[in-house]
Design a protein around this ligand. Structure first.
Ligand SMILES: [Zn+2]
Length: 180
């Protein structure tokens, strides 16, 4: 599997051809006689809610250095989503959370820099986390925002919709939202 359409076969290095399968042109290795699938990258995000506030981090690494977002990142291949969300939360904000305490919030399909991303969002109450919030790995700031405060920096946010979802989440009886 690749994020962008592959040019060479990852196994034998042969230049790939295109072959139609199930209504799409797909990358195909004529030597290995197999398709090299392109898929969206699985990512996770977690919104930590403290009453009327949500925890945001300021990104210190590309892409979007300086943008605000919920803590999150790419899943390791052998990592269940909730475990990955807890890991990313710890790495970026120093907060510990039991993956079992995370509630599924939404799924989000998007493209960023020509790569497709499938992000699974979780929400957890701050009272279910341990530790003190600190800007940690790959992050230059980490703090709580009210919804009006988040609205003010909406243009600088990567996942504004997810943060809004987290505020709507409790109102709607903890429904999971699917965004494309
Ligand atoms: Zn090959």
């Amino acid at each position: 599997m690749t994020e962008r359409p592959a040019t060479y076969c990852p196994d034998c290095g042969t230049v790939l051809a295109q072959r139609s399968f199930e209504g799409r042109e797909r990358q195909y290795c004529p030597d290995c006689e197999r398709f090299i699938w392109q898929n969206a990258k699985p990512c996770v995000g977690v919104v930590v809610r403290d009453r009327n506030k949500a925890l945001l981090i300021k990104r210190a690494i590309p892409p979007d250095v300086g943008a605000w977002a919920s803590p999150g990142g790419a899943l390791e291949p052998d990592e269940p989503p909730a475990l990955g969300a807890a890991r990313e939360l710890r790495e970026e904000t120093n907060l510990e959370v039991d993956p079992a305490a995370l509630t599924l919030l939404d799924t989000r399909h998007s493209s960023l820099n020509e790569k497709y991303v499938l992000s699974i969002g979780y929400v957890v109450d701050y009272s279910h986390t341990d530790g003190d919030v600190a800007a940690a790995s790959e992050v230059s700031d980490a703090r709580f925002f009210t919804l009006p405060e988040a609205q003010e920096i909406r243009d600088q946010m990567r996942d504004y919709t997810r943060v809004v979802n987290s505020f709507e989440h409790w109102k709607k009886g903890n429904q999971t939202v699917v965004l494309g």
